[in-house]
Design a protein around this ligand. Structure first.
Ligand code: SIN
Ligand code: CO
Length: 381
């Protein structure tokens, strides 16, 4: 596999073997000629929106404060020691989405989002650890990172944000635009803006077992079908009316033991769970959609692509999109897997689609999940 400039000359496999979930990597000039994709004003407008997750963190007069978005007003950019974090920028901006795609050597179900932080000199979020792997790409200005493999991860209790009680930095780097720092989960770090700066965090996700388990039980609750109810035609009088009888306990045991899940249940659950968009995400249905026939003609000309908000995965005979599962025939499955892997399909690949798949494509188009490849509608929302 070829060396990826992004990884400082390592191949993606070398990076995964040596660093991923194991140890940090500093990559100087990972993206040559890096320039911020969004101006600070664009970021501030995103932070004011209801459908965008944002946080303002200030450290004025040595006091940490945190405010959740939407944020219609922000401190002056002339004031030091504040930072704005905007989550999921890739959902709202095509260039940010494309940047995230440079990290697709890691599977989509592990990729989370692109968070952008803006900070004035001295701004930061304090020394902390994150639960997930992260690439910290410097996009504008300079940031000083101090990092530590320390085991003491106790937090200060008096603060509105998670800041380590004791931080013992072991390494320190100043990142310039285009430089990038990879950190595995639970690695202590602190980034402080040297001057006005923007840092892009390419974040990952990994399901927490408790959450996954709870979601699985909710999924199974929808799937189970138990007919009939308890009956006791042989009931006799009892001297212990408060007791639950063996007869009832045995009947319940027999019933509950039927509640196992099949491999198919678990596959469908996982695909739906991992492809489910975050609760803040909403799709914009087409405002002036083409009719079904016109759409089919346009698809035959230009092909389709997934909207940047769409999460599409596949496994075995199933295909998953935005929390829904499909089990298409072999030919359609091949087409849909290609769509999931490439996030776009040329017209030639679509010419073999069944009429069922063509109908689904049209529905997904109406709902804003997919669009024609040439359309401008996907630029900015
Ligand atoms: C930041 O960009 O200011 C914070 C990112 C992080 O520490 O994870
Ligand atoms: Co962090």
């Amino acid at each position: 596999m070829k060396n990826i400039h992004l990884l400082g000359g390592l191949t993606a496999d070398q990076f995964l073997q040596r660093h991923w979930q194991k140890k940090p990597l500093l990559i100087r000039n990972a993206i040559p000629d890096m320039r911020a994709l969004l101006a600070r004003e664009d970021l501030f407008s995103l932070a004011a929106r209801e459908d965008v997750e944002s946080r303002l963190i200030t450290n004025f007069r040595q006091q940490w404060k945190m405010q959740q978005g939407p944020l219609s007003t922000l401190p002056s950019t002339a004031q030091k020691n504040w930072t704005l974090l905007v989550q999921g920028v890739n959902l709202h901006d095509d260039q940010a989405d494309q940047l995230l795609h440079q990290f697709r050597f890691i599977p989509d179900c592990r990729l989370d989002d692109l968070m952008i932080s803006y900070a004035t000199a001295g701004g930061g979020v304090g020394a902390h650890v994150d639960s997930y792997d992260v690439f910290l790409l410097q996009a504008h200005g300079q940031r000083r990172w101090r990092i530590s493999a320390q085991q003491d991860l106790r937090l200060r209790e008096d603060l509105p944000l998670k800041i380590l009680r004791h931080f013992e930095p072991e390494q320190e780097f100043i990142l310039n635009p285009g430089d990038m720092l990879y950190l595995p989960p639970q690695y202590a770090h602190e980034g402080v803006a040297v001057n006005e700066c923007m840092t892009y965090s390419i974040g990952f996700r990994a399901p927490a077992w408790q959450e996954l388990g709870e979601a699985f039980l909710a999924f199974m609750a929808d799937a189970i079908e138990l007919t009939g109810r308890y009956a006791d035609p042989a009931l006799r009088t009892t001297r212990h009316p408060g007791a639950i009888s063996d007869h009832m306990m045995d009947a319940v045991n027999r019933t509950l033991l039927k509640l196992g899940s099949t491999a198919a249940d678990r596959e469908i659950f996982l695909g739906e769970y991992l492809s489910e968009p975050k609760p803040s995400v909403s799709f914009d249905p087409q405002v002036k959609p083409l009719g079904a026939r016109q759409f089919a003609k346009a698809v035959a000309r230009s092909g389709i692509r997934l909207h940047r908000k769409t999460r599409m995965l596949h496994r075995g005979k199933y295909v998953f999109m935005n929390g829904e599962s499909y089990s298409p025939g072999t030919q359609d499955r091949r087409i849909l897997r290609r769509l999931a892997d490439n996030r776009a399909l040329d017209a030639t690949h679509l010419s073999q689609a069944s009429s069922d798949l063509s109908e689904s494509l049209y529905r997904w188009y109406l709902d804003g999940w997919v669009d024609l490849q040439t359309t401008k509608a996907l630029q900015k929302t």
